[in-house]
Design a protein around this ligand. Structure first.
Ligand code: BTN
Length: 324
């Protein structure tokens, strides 16, 4: 029986080939190193070549070409996470695929990832530019937390995305409420959360994450990791760094999570205007809308706004903030 947690033959074969790049290795040697038959090595090699890996087959054995294969998003590229990864070359939206996975009872931590989306969506009904080169994935969470705490997954993911971008590009990524990731005044990543509740408990939460990696930004207000680094950036490395950072925040309670988020936040202590959720217009919600000083977020992900009349707590999704 295949153990879901042990690496697949594809993963182990690639590991062997990558560590022995210079000279071809015989099928027999590979078979004995991995513990499978030579036929399995041949079949796996054929599957990897079909997936686009530059594997050369010589009389003396197999060798992987020097061309970069560092940016591939196939499940077997994600180590211990392999069993949780679900890959699409193109799909409508990874939110759609993740929803199907969640409805079928997928394990907590399952991820739907796609090279490109034909109907990528952002918050407030906006479209999300999903051309090839960007990183588009949705994480399924199945912990049955109270609906009141629904924002936690997004808070945790936002902190992890900011850390991943910082780790891989060295750029200082900051969070803008509710969960946008910015470099200076330009957006580099966005997060969309959808959930299904069962009474007052969450059944599943989908956390959709889009990161501009090597795809051209569609507006003057966006930036990509590639532009920051001045070179091609590996989406696999960004996703792996995200997974590590996300795991690191696993047992953090709401209060601690808010602290982590606030430590990465832009604009705490600065004046903000509260706008309608679509952010497009400069229309104040009401004459007495709580424009004031942004005090970060609380344990439920609500924006804390200090106004002349007291403290207001704003639910994510209801409004957006604009820093003056
Ligand atoms: C936003 O800032 O408006 C949120 C953008 C979220 C985009 C990601 S890309 C992966 C997942 N699939 C989607 O269709 N949307 C999210």
């Amino acid at each position: 029986m295949v153990n879901k947690n042990s690496p697949s033959t594809k993963s182990r074969l690639l590991e062997q080939l990558r560590s022995l790049r210079e000279t071809p290795v015989s099928g027999e040697e590979l078979a004995s190193a991995i513990g499978v038959s030579r036929v399995a090595i041949w079949k796996t090699t054929k599957a990897l070549i079909a997936a686009g890996y530059p594997i050369e087959v010589h009389d003396s054995g197999y060798r992987i070409g020097a061309e970069a294969t560092d940016d591939l998003l196939f499940p077997w590229e994600f180590g211990s996470h392999e069993g949780l990864m679900h890959y699409w070359s193109t799909t409508t939206s990874t939110m759609d695929r993740a929803r199907e996975l969640a409805e079928k009872g997928a394990a907590d931590g399952s991820i739907a990832v796609a090279e490109a989306q034909t109907a990528g969506r952002g918050r407030s009904g906006r479209a999300w530019n999903s051309s090839k080169g960007g990183l588009f994935f949705t994480l399924v969470q199945t912990d049955r937390i109270p609906v009141l705490q629904y924002a936690r997954g997004g808070m945790r993911a936002a902190a992890a995305v900011a850390d991943a971008v910082r780790t891989i590009t060295g750029a200082h990524a900051e969070l803008r409420w509710p969960n946008d990731v910015y470099i200076g005044a330009k957006k580099i990543a966005g997060i969309l959360t959808e959930l299904r509740a069962d009474g007052d408990r969450i059944k599943w939460t989908l956390i959709g994450i889009g990161v501009n990696v090597n795809n051209p930004g569609d507006q003057a207000s966006t930036i990509s990791c590639g532009e920051l680094a001045g070179t091609h950036v590996s989406r696999r490395k960004i996703l792996n760094a995200f997974l590590g950072a996300f795991r690191g925040l696993a047992r953090v309670d709401g209060g601690e999570l808010a602290k982590e988020w606030n430590a990465r936040a832009f604009g705490i202590g600065s004046r903000v205007a509260v706008l309608s959720a679509d952010h497009g217009t400069d229309k104040r919600l009401a004459a007495d809308s709580p424009d004031g000083i942004f005090g970060g977020i609380d344990e439920l992900g609500r924006a804390i706004i200090e106004t002349g009349k007291g403290t207001e707590l704003l639910d994510p999704g209801a409004v957006s903030l604009k820093w003056s």
